[in-house]
Write a protein that binds this ligand. Structure first.
Ligand code: HEC
Ligand code: HEC
Length: 448
């Protein structure tokens, strides 16, 4: 579901109920106060960054506006060791933890604000993010308490896993590589083949998958409901329903939506790039004619200087975006992913290839097609592709350079590329410059 930004802004904060009942379920606020990209010059393909930061009114206690990625959202309930019932109760008693958040995406991802998914049906609150955080790291969701979501989507491994395939309960492996679990807030259908319609639907899958967490939904619900600290949180956050498998999915999905990649050198560069295209004389003239624009230039330049892209990365950026190399035919938009399915020929030489999207859509042209993954922070989550067969970004670029692996369903957008060794290195450097910070996330602090 696509949500137009404007339609979501009608809710004024002062009207929000501060009680614990799920308020305003039909509408979720997304801040409209974030400023658009620089007005000096815009290119549809490249205006995905701006050096401006939205202003967050700090002195307004009632404000629920928050930049996703702010560490306090995922830092856990303050304190150390296991969460006691007293600590959980004190946390739940704070009204501000139940106010639907007016979320602002960080610089870079911000350009994807209109792609934000799912929060109208599942409002984001601090309490729900925190509950989802606990569940994400809690091995008690698996049949034998050995596997959590983080076992395969580990914050230390780019929210994926450096193994070819996900390794689940009793060391079992499937045939697909663990994709990343961040920037899901701007993503719709989940899995390499898009078979889960939402993040909520996706989140409950692994729990009952025999080779992942090996549990049943009934047993998982029973286990969670039997832990007083969890039971209390579900009751307060979701009302009478309390612990259900759907509510477990809603909490985990909310936590995942709070995991976003922060501004990367690429984003700071995009902020200053329109000015770099101007002649020095014009830039000088700007100082007099439009002091506001000039001030924007100065702050964008300072930000870019503080987070520099190498010259190689800048060249790589131009290759990535240009028509001849055309990575942006698919890796496009704020998250550098088109949310569509394409066949690059990966794994197609196998005797019985994974047919990917075809199994879901039954459309001939979807044979061997997989969902385009994000390029943001991709340097942190090797190995690559749905089958984890490509170990490095260099290998990935070689795959594109040779025009993918020929097969009858190969995407028409995949063609042999005329790339010199320097070009290939530049593309890799550009992808590395798409790395921004992840929020700090507490991994312990689970209910006793
Ligand atoms: C045993 C390893 C393993 C565990 C445990 C696991 N996952 Fe996954 N996850 C995977 C693999 C492999 C895929 C891709 C499967 C596919 O596409 O068919 C995946 C896919 C996903 C996706 C889709 C991402 C995208 O780009 O479409 C999300 C989100 C996700 N997992 C979150 C979770 C959550 C939340 C949990 C805990 C409830 C979890 N995973 C537990 C291995 C795991
Ligand atoms: C036709 C659409 C398309 C084009 C063009 C394209 N990609 Fe991709 N990219 C994809 C898809 C789809 C996948 C996953 C394919 C799979 O697993 O079978 C992918 C995977 C990747 C991955 C691995 C990411 C991960 O998490 O596993 C990287 C890196 C990547 N592409 C970079 C590039 C670069 C660099 C270019 C330009 C040279 C490019 N892509 C052009 C669609 C495309």
């Amino acid at each position: 579901m696509r949500m137009p930004l404007r339609a979501l802004c009608g809710l004024s904060i002062s009207l929000m109920s501060l009680t614990f009942s799920g308020c305003a379920q039909e509408s979720a606020p997304v801040s409209s106060s974030s400023k658009g990209p620089s007005t000096v010059s815009q290119e549809a393909t490249a205006s995905i960054g701006s050096a401006e930061k939205p202003s967050v009114p700090k002195d307004d206690a009632a404000s629920a506006e928050v930049i996703l990625g702010s560490p306090e959202l995922t830092a856990g309930i303050p304190g150390e060791g296991s969460l006691t019932s007293d600590q959980i109760q004190a946390w739940l008693e704070k009204p501000e933890n139940h106010v639907p958040l007016e979320i602002v995406l960080p610089l870079g991802l911000m350009a994807g604000t209109s792609q934000v998914q799912g929060i109208a049906d599942n409002l984001m609150t601090r309490a729900k993010i925190e509950l989802g955080r606990q569940l994400y790291f809690d091995k008690r969701l698996s049949a034998d308490s050995t596997i959590s979501c983080a076992s395969c989507h580990d914050p230390d491994e780019g929210f994926a896993k450096h193994t070819q395939f996900g390794v689940g309960i009793a060391g079992q492996m499937g045939g697909r590589n663990s994709p990343v679990s961040y920037n899901r807030i701007v993503s719709g259908a989940q899995f390499w083949d898009g078979r889960a319609a939402s993040l909520e639907a996706q989140a409950v899958g692994p729990i009952a998958n025999p080779i992942e967490m090996g549990n049943t939904h009934e047993k998982a619900v029973e286990t969670i409901a039997g832990i007083p600290g969890y039971e209390m949180q579900f009751r307060v956050i979701f009302g009478d329903d309390g612990v259900t498998i759907d509510n477990i999915g809603r909490a985990i999905a909310t936590f995942e939506r709070a995991i976003v990649s922060g501004p990367a050198p690429f984003d700071y560069y995009e902020g200053v790039r329109p000015f770099l295209a101007m002649k020095p004389a014009d830039l000088d003239a700007l100082k007099e004619d439009d002091p506001e624009a000039y001030a924007k230039y100065q702050s964008a330049k300072a930000a870019a200087d503080a987070h520099p892209m190498s010259e190689s990365a800048v060249r790589g950026r131009d290759l990535f975006f240009n028509e001849k190399v055309g990575c942006t035919a698919c890796h496009v938009g704020a998250n550098l992913a088109d949310e569509k399915y394409h066949n690059l020929g990966v794994g197609m030489t196998a005797e019985t290839p994974d047919l990917g999207r075809f199994v879901v859509s039954n459309k001939e042209e979807d044979k061997g097609a997989f969902k385009t993954p994000t390029i943001r922070n991709v340097a942190l989550s090797a190995p690559y592709m749905h089958d984890g067969t490509q170990k490095t970004l260099e290998e990935v670029v070689e795959h594109y350079a040779k025009g993918g692996t020929p097969n009858q369903w190969l995407s028409t957008k995949i063609k042999k590329l005329d790339l010199k060794p320097e070009d290939k290195a530049d593309l890799v450097e550009f992808m590395k410059a798409c790395t921004g910070e992840f929020p700090k996330i507490e991994r312990g602090r689970l209910p006793e």
